[in-house]
Design a protein around this ligand. Structure first.
Ligand code: 5GP
Ligand code: ZN
Length: 141
């Protein structure tokens, strides 16, 4: 755990998040500043800054979990498409230096932004989180 890392603090339960899924290796939550409704982040529980210091097994598990979460987003929100993005270091646009993969639902005609412009309300995130967790119970993983 890195004390000054917001994602480590969230995983440790020391900061709030709308948690959607967790297992021994990874943790998934709604992004607080969504680029589109349903924007999820999947992060390894063990701190690493980016792909250059990541454990390949953590990255493999993020890949597996992304398949399940993609289905939950499709079922819950009727997403027409899904962007899977992962940025490494400031030069690539990374802003939180704990490895994470973005899952961003997409609809035809909407601008495919990577970062949101405003913070989502806690109520909206909680309501969506409940729907996504419910959808996950019906998806094999
Ligand atoms: P990056 O640019 O590093 O790939 O993306 C970082 C993402 O983390 C952004 O989409 C940003 O909105 C999100 N984010 C930053 N701080 C928090 C936080 O405290 N909680 C959650 N859930 N998301 C965060
Ligand atoms: Zn961290």
């Amino acid at each position: 755990m890195s004390e000054d890392c917001i994602f480590c603090r969230i995983i440790a339960g020391q900061a709030p998040s709308e948690r959607i899924y967790e297992d021994a290796r990874v943790f998934a939550m709604l992004d607080i500043m969504p680029a589109a409704e349903g924007h999820l982040l999947i992060v390894p529980k063990r701190h690493c800054a980016d792909i250059f210091d990541a454990d390949p097994e953590d990255i493999a598990q993020i890949g597996r979990v992304s398949v399940t979460l993609a289905k939950a987003l499709e079922r819950t929100l009727g997403a027409e498409g899904l962007g899977v993005y992962q940025l490494n270091r400031a030069a690539a646009g990374q802003t939180v230096f704990h490895y994470h993969t973005h899952l961003i639902p997409r609809w035809a005609g909407a601008e495919p932004r990577l970062h949101g412009r405003e913070r989502a309300s806690g109520e909206a995130l909680a309501a969506l989180g409940a729907r996504l967790r419910e959808a996950l119970t019906g998806i094999a993983h």
